[in-house]
Design a protein around this ligand. Structure first.
Ligand code: SIN
Length: 508
């Protein structure tokens, strides 16, 4: 019999979405178990967010923010969800991020916030902590979770599947990576906050854990998902060999940097005369990609030093400066080689305005969820806010409907074999998935390549299902199988949608 635990609320993942809902419920006296895959709970997409969080600019209104989100999302966003974000977001930034967990956002000498602007925003409204906002948020959040008397923080646990009883979620099954045993956690309410899947692409801005675990679990449980074809590619990821994951924040273009060719000529004037480098992310990523393809280049460049004073670069982007310098590029004097890379899933597990999914007692929050806010293309720096706003709503919903008893059912033990699938084989499969996704389900998609990708990924999926049942369960094997399932889901969604919109571009 595997280990068994019970709790009132089970939260899977502890980025900003999972962390916010857990802390808010725990503050109200609810016992919460937070499960995180890595041994370092800060390790999440939130941690790597550079740009910042949308707040309220000095001449801003919720209506202006809502309009910008709708426009960036190619009018595919759900207006109700967008209005919730625009109206409830700023107050929550103050109440939760600033007052509850104590994040110190950068301020100017006059005491006002140092507002940044990014692509698609008509107002400077993004607050930040230099160029490492995610680190500042996640450090404070995880400190608060780890020291909370009502929170049981379990590290090094890989989510395997939900426990279901007919149409109800009863909790989840996890692999304890240390003991290599499974553990069943039963809960009145379960919250899925496992993040996105962009690391199933060869070039990505995401950490390796963003491999679609939550999405694949939802698929196996028959939970509704949508908009998976809208994978957002960030225009500027530092180009290094082997592939890099280091993002050069869009905030550098907000501060004046330009995308250029090797001779310093600008690129975006040609593609978008009006908005130039501040066009929305889908547009800029596609232009860079096309320019690279047209001229058979390895990458383009970001030029900071011709457009931003050195002092500003050093003060505003210290992390980007240091990381690039360590790789031999001095951004105060040299062009920075960049390529677009997979960054954010606009679609995901369908969640209503309270975070509720199609499975009773299961909520989805953050990047794994599709609340409808992000439409066909996410407006920059809205994702942390979205995670927090809907986490706050889920918390309210759970307080109003806490559920009765924790329902426990007898499950068959998962057979654990003693054969390990060799790591080299796991890594070979993962490379293959990443290559298929990048080359066939990338920035520009064709029917022929999408069909080819579905075929190859489905074949691989069968092989991986076999390994999954025959070999010892490890975090890597679970993740590999999930990455492949997610690849199939995204590719099928991209194939089914013949209309180019936002970040989904079909050229058949
Ligand atoms: C960035 O800093 O460019 C990323 C911000 C975001 O993805 O919203």
């Amino acid at each position: 019999m595997s280990n068994m635990q019970k709790t009132d609320v089970l939260v899977i993942g502890c980025g900003i979405a999972g962390g916010t809902v857990a802390l808010k419920l725990a503050d109200k006296g609810i016992p919460v178990t937070v499960v995180t895959r890595t041994n370092e709970p800060v390790e999440s997409n939130t941690y790597y967010a550079q740009g910042g969080v949308v707040y309220k600019g000095e001449k801003d209104t919720p209506e202006k923010l809502a309009q910008d989100i709708m426009k960036a999302g190619a009018d595919h966003s759900d207006l109700k969800a967008v209005n919730i974000l625009a109206n409830e977001g700023p107050e929550l930034v103050e109440e939760f991020l600033i007052k509850r967990i104590g994040v110190s956002f950068d301020k100017l000498a006059n005491g006002h916030f140092s507002f940044a602007k990014e692509g698609g925003h008509t107002e400077p409204r993004i607050i930040h902590v230099a160029d490492a906002t995610g680190v500042a948020i996640e450090d404070e959040l995880v400190d608060s979770l780890a020291s909370h008397p009502n929170i049981n923080l379990l590290k090094g646990m890989t989510a395997i599947d939900f426990i279901k009883n007919k149409d109800k979620c009863l909790g989840g099954i996890f692999l304890d990576q240390k003991t290599e045993k499974t553990i069943q956690i039963f809960a009145k309410k379960t919250i899925l906050a496992t993040g996105g899947f962009s690391s199933i692409y060869l070039h990505t801005a995401n950490p390796a854990g963003a491999r679609g675990d939550g999405l694949a679990m939802a698929e196996r449980a028959g939970i509704k998902v949508k908009d998976l074809e809208y994978v957002q590619f960030h225009p500027t990821v530092f180009h290094m060999i082997p592939e890099s994951r280091f993002l050069i924040s869009e905030a550098v273009r907000g501060a004046g940097a330009r995308i250029v060719k090797a001779d310093g000529t600008t690129v975006m004037d040609y593609y978008d005369k009006e908005r130039k480098d501040m066009a929305t992310r889908d547009v800029v990523a596609r232009c860079i990609y096309e320019e690279i393809e047209k001229h058979n280049l390895e990458h383009l460049y970001l030029d900071l030093y011709s457009y931003i004073p050195k002092k500003t670069i050093l003060e505003r982007f210290p992390n980007i400066y240091k990381t690039c310098l360590n790789c031999g590029v001095d951004i105060t004097k040299e062009l920075v080689p960049v390529i677009p890379a997979a960054h954010y899933a606009c679609g995901g597990v369908v969640a209503d305005e309270w975070g509720r999914t199609s499975l009773e007692n299961l909520y989805a929050l953050g990047e794994v969820a599709c609340t409808g806010v992000q439409g066909a293309n996410r407006l920059a720096s809205t994702s942390l806010l979205e995670g927090m706003v809907f986490a706050n709503r889920t918390q309210q919903d759970i307080l109003e409907n806490p559920g009765n008893n924790v329902e426990i059912v007898e499950l068959e033990d998962i057979e654990i074999s003693k054969k390990y699938l060799p790591l080299a084989m796991i890594s070979r499969y993962m490379k293959k998935i990443k290559s298929i996704m990048w080359h066939h389900v990338g920035i520009i998609r064709t029917i022929k390549e999408l069909k080819m990708a579905v075929e190859e990924l489905e074949e691989m999926s069968k092989e991986l299902d076999y390994y999954y049942t025959e070999f010892e369960l490890t975090d890597d094997l679970i993740g590999l199988r999930n990455a492949c399932t997610t690849g199939v889901m995204v590719t099928k969604a991209a194939l089914a949608n013949e209309q180019s919109l936002g970040c989904h571009c079909r050229r058949d």
